[in-house]
Design a protein around this ligand. Structure first.
Ligand code: AMP
Length: 207
């Protein structure tokens, strides 16, 4: 199964990808994680991407497509995969279209205000990468690791990222609707409730 997870930053794509990986073994390819990994290792790619990430802007298409090409080639040999945070522009979607045939695009629907509240509370584990909330945990509930706030999870950058989403990524909704690939899920509520909706959309209901 080859899926795209589509939605605004903070819509829960990463959280649902982690659950899907556990449940049906799909590989999780997150362009944001790939950039953060490069940044942690101070690679030229990571340092270049940081300029855009800190401003809440998109990294230029060419850089993203170069990075993703390699991953897509590797992923072709797996059971299936989910792309999280890619594509984010029509040019990226057309590029992806030229490389693979998708089985579906899961769209996570949620309001901007709910996203701002969520992201201001988002905590990431430094050890295992799990995502949780500062309001409910002091340490990572999965491994006990230290929690940190992503540099781009501040209100000003969150608002820029939302603006970029509406202007540059939202056109992909029609792009995929026209191709009959769009599967819409309401992304409010607890992660496990959203997960049940996702599984049902994918005809993968538990029991
Ligand atoms: P994310 O973790 O998906 O929220 O991505 C964090 C940041 O990485 C974004 O705000 C962008 O600056 C950059 N980024 C991630 N994926 C893409 C993409 N497909 N196209 C352009 N920039 C991206």
């Amino acid at each position: 199964m080859k899926l795209v997870l589509l939605g605004a930053p903070g819509a829960g794509k990463g959280t649902q990808a982690a659950l899907l990986k556990k449940e049906i073994g799909l590989d999780h390819i997150s362009t944001g994680d790939l950039f953060r990994h490069n940044l942690k290792n101070s690679t030229p790619l990571g340092l270049e991407a940081k300029k855009y990430m800190d401003a809440g802007q998109l990294v230029p298409d060419e850089i993203v497509m170069n990075m993703v090409s390699e991953k897509l080639a590797d992923a072709e040999n797996t059971e299936g995969f989910m792309l999280d945070g890619f594509p984010r522009t029509v040019a990226q979607a057309e590029f992806l279209d030229s490389k693979i045939n998708l089985d579906g695009v899961v769209l996570f629907n949620i309001s901007d205000e709910e996203i701002v509240t969520r992201l201001m509370d988002r905590a990431v584990c430094r050890s295992c990468g799990s995502v949780t909330q500062f309001s409910s945990h002091e340490k990572c509930p999965d491994c006990g690791g230290e929690l940190y706030r992503r540099d781009d999870d501040n209100e000003q950058t969150i608002r820029s990222r939302l603006k970029v989403f509406h202007e540059q990524t939202e056109p992909l909704i029609d792009f995929y609707r026209t191709k009959n690939l769009l599967l819409e899920v309401q992304a409010t509520g607890k992660p496990e409730e959203i997960f049940a909706r996702v599984l049902s959309l994918l005809n993968h209901d538990k029991n």
